[in-house]
Design a protein around this ligand. Sequence first.
Ligand SMILES: [Ca+2]
Ligand SMILES: [Ca+2]
Length: 266
Amino acid sequence: MSAIMEVFLRRTRKSTNETVAAFRDDRFRVLRKTALPIIVGLSFLVVPAAYALQSIVLDDFESYEEGGVPSKWESNNGKTLFPITPALMNDSESFFIREENGNKFVRAITVDNAFRMILTNGNQFEWRLPDHPRISWDWRAIELPEGAREDTGKKNDTGGAVYVVFSKDFIGRPRIIKYTYSSTLPFGTTKSYGQLKVLVIASAMDGIGEWQHVERDLYADYQRLFGKTPPDEPLAIFLWSDSDTMHDRATVDFDNIALLGQTGVE
Ligand SMILES: [Ca+2]
Ligand SMILES: [Ca+2]
C-alpha cells in the first residue's frame, strides 16, 4: 500500500463541513449517443500527430464471463486494496457482469449500502493526463435512491458515480472530481466538499432507463472546480454506488470506461 493510496482511501462514504456552491453551466455536457454533436473544424484536420494517441480502454467488460465479477478491479477495506471476487458480493452490494444483445457491462447494485470499484494509475493502467485529457464511459440508471441529493449530507447518496482521483494536497487530502447520476439534482449542479468536488452530469429529472454516453474534458472540469491546472498523473478511477443514507436501493450499469486523446469531439 503506497502512501498515496492510503491518503485517498481515507476519503470515505460520508463527508461533512460542506459549503453549497451549486450552479449550472452549459459547458457541462452529456453526449447522448443519439445526439452526438458533429464538430469538425479546420483544427481537426491539422491535429499534430503527437495528439493522435489511441484511447486507453480501461474496461469494456467483454473479457469476463456473464455472471462473473470484474476481477481486474479492486475494492477496499479501509486502507487495504484487494481484487474484487465473488465472495465480496452479497444481497446488499453486488457488481456483476451482465450481457444484453451481445454486449457485456457491469451492473452495480447497492441496497442500503455503498461499494466502489477501483483502478489505480501505474497498477492496472498507465495514464498521463497531457496525453489522454478526456474520460468517457456509458452508463444506464435502472433505479436510484429515492429523494437522494448530493448537496445535503442527510440525503447524500449517488446510485451511480465515477470518481477521478487527481492528487493530494499539502496535508494529504485527495483532490477528487465525482461525476454523478443524481436522483434529484439537475444536470450541471456542482457541490464542493473541500477537496472533493461533485458534478452532476446526469439526472433522474431527465429520465432513467436508457444508456447514456458521457465524455468529460478533465482539464476544463478541474480548472473550473479547483481553479488550477490538473496534475499530469492522476492517481485512480473509481466506479461507485451508494444507497446507505436514504436506506434505499440503486441499480446502475457501466460500460466502456476509456481515456481519450486530444483528437476528436470537443
Ligand atoms: Ca461492453
Ligand atoms: Ca450515502
